[in-house]
Design a protein around this ligand. Sequence first.
Ligand code: FE2
Ligand code: FE2
Length: 245
Amino acid sequence: MKSQVSEIARGVHRISTFHPDFGIQFNQFLVADDEPFLMHTGMRRMFEHTLAGVRQVIDPARLRWIGFSHFESDECGALNEWLALAPAAQAACSFVGATVAVNDFAERPARALADGEVLAIGGHRLRFLATPHVPHGWDAGLFFEETDRTLFCSDLFFQPGDPVALTESDVTGAAAEAIRVGATGPLANDMPFTPYTDATLRRLAALEPRTLAAMHGSSYRGDGGRAMLALARVIGEELGGVRRP
Ligand SMILES: [Fe+2]
Ligand SMILES: [Fe+2]
């Protein structure tokens, strides 16, 4: 395995590692700024590959923030490895995540973020959005880089395989197909459809992202609000049984 590094938005570096056993990419995003921010740590057993990617952009010991959406191995499995390597690094996650998982798991306490709280890291501003159960997990949240309108959308827009780093073509079709295929596989029911799923996705669409930074699959540049509404429709139909005219 080898990590591929591509700048997908100003100062936002996508570190992508395709794992042949899973048949998917694991993408981390490094926002290189005064206080470097890494979105997802990658799995613990993939640490050396992610580290090699980060090293192509900054001195990894400078890392200040480690953000992630929810408590799973690909999102934060290598958190302690990063904390050991970077003395000023701190996890940044939801209040729920910090309270129920991270502050016991991690070697140092996390910065527990409230919904809407902003991390100003230099020329980028990362707004935290609490999104419980979207894509999954009570603790789930997402980060939105407000200056250039990049949404780090975790497992939303999941696309399998090893596609290009960044595309301006439709990604919702591939994401919709993955939802349909996933519903019949051993990892089915990954995303619960709750009374607030649709409102959460519409809130994300209203941010009008210019770039959707997907954890698995290509990042998308274009009308991210429209893409998110299209995804919300698919999720409503496939997972929520919602039929719209
Ligand atoms: Fe996940
Ligand atoms: Fe993931």
